[in-house]
Design a binder for this molecule. Structure first.
Ligand code: ATP
Length: 327
């Protein structure tokens, strides 16, 4: 593996998340501070294969810290999953002398980075960029705070109209495999029930609890469901509730992609800047193939092969809090 890094590439891969631009900016400017050449790779691993790579200067990242999305674009690349695709990508780095990579993305992107590094001896640093917050080895992922705040703002508005009409709203938030957005936004908006993929959904219990609240004439009812709940998300839950509790006026709202967009929150800008800075520092110190995270407000480095395998577990305490506060 390279003893001294001189030229680095930075890319955003997988699903986009707000704060990725702040992370790119930090990587570019810290790289330049250390007199490295910094290259932006467009559309994740696809751009590496298609040779869509360009030199970045300090001004390339001016005026982006406040913007959602990613100036480098995001993509998923099936070609990169194949050895031939990765070899093509390597040739494009080699001809420019790029000797290290910073990959901003989720665990899938880290899998690709780990393979690539093993095959071509290129040091890689991972930054957790995902709205799902499901990666182990960090208390924060870039984009989660913005996504969850977007969900909270939307659910607060839904609560107003639910209250005006004494309606039950089933709100679906993002999270195919992870329930963090549902859990945090549900607690923060006082949802009566929160359904997430990590726990078994007991539909009879849900119906009993909603029925009992109706009897008590509890006015507002909110059910927040992660899209990956085993019952199939908001539409399916609403369909079951309507069928079993026809007296309750039940509506469904699917928040969808608004949760990915928008200006990153202050927290996301801060953690993205801190992680981006430490990604380059890590390369300068010869600490390779790690994911940069923050645990208990301290920098935390997780070997990429561990970050790939381990998922962040939901705390049982949160689940207990939901039950007590919703009663
Ligand atoms: P998100 O959490 O937003 O889904 P992610 O990084 O997990 O982000 P993936 O689609 O799983 O998103 O992975 C992004 C890209 O990483 C893939 O399109 C592929 O190019 C590469 N990748 C994923 N898994 C592997 C693998 N096992 N081998 C090689 N490359 C991989």
């Amino acid at each position: 593996m390279a003893t001294k890094v001189t030229k680095i590439g930075v890319l955003t891969s997988g699903g986009d998340s707000p704060g990725m631009n702040a992370a790119i900016r930090a990587v570019v400017r810290t790289g330049i501070y250390h007199e490295l050449e910094v290259y932006g790779v467009m559309r994740g691993y696809s751009g590496m294969i298609d040779d869509d790579i360009f030199r970045m200067e300090s001004r390339s990242v001016a005026n982006i810290i406040q913007r959602g999305g990613t100036i480098l674009k995001c993509a998923r690349s099936d070609e990169f999953r194949e050895p031939a695709g990765r070899a093509k990508a390597y040739e494009n780095l080699k001809k420019r002398g790029i000797d290290a990579l910073v990959v901003i993305g989720g665990d899938g992107s880290f899998k690709g980075a780990q393979k690539f590094s093993n095959e071509f001896d290129i040091p890689c640093i991972g930054l957790p960029g995902t709205i799902d917050k499901d990666i182990a080895g960090t208390d924060f992922t870039i984009g989660f705070d913005t996504a969850v705040n977007t969900a909270v703002e939307a659910i607060d508005k839904i609560r107003d109209t639910a209250d005006a009409h004494d309606r039950l709203f089933v709100v679906e938030v993002m999270g195919r495999d992870a329930g963090y957005i549902a859990l945090h936004s549900g607690i923060a908006t006082g949802a009566e029930n929160i359904l997430i993929p990590e726990t078994k959904t007991n539909i009879d219990e849900l119906i009993a609890s909603l029925g009992e609240k109706e009897k008590r004439r509890k006015l507002v009812n909110l059910v927040v469901v992660a899209e990956g709940d085993e019952f199939g998300g908001g539409n399916e839950i609403a369909r079951i509730v309507k069928k079993r509790l026809p007296n309750i006026d039940t509506r469904v709202c699917i928040l969808g992609h608004i949760q990915r967009g928008g200006a990153p929150t202050c927290l996301d800008r801060l953690i993205a800047s801190r992680m981006g800075y430490h990604a380059v520092e890590s390369l300068m110190q010869g600490r390779y193939n790690v994911m940069v995270g923050i645990v208990n407000n301290k920098l935390h480095y997780t070997p990429l092969d561990h970050a790939i395998k381990a998922k962040q577990k939901l705390s049982n305490q949160w689940l207990k809090i939901v039950k007590i506060l919703a009663s």
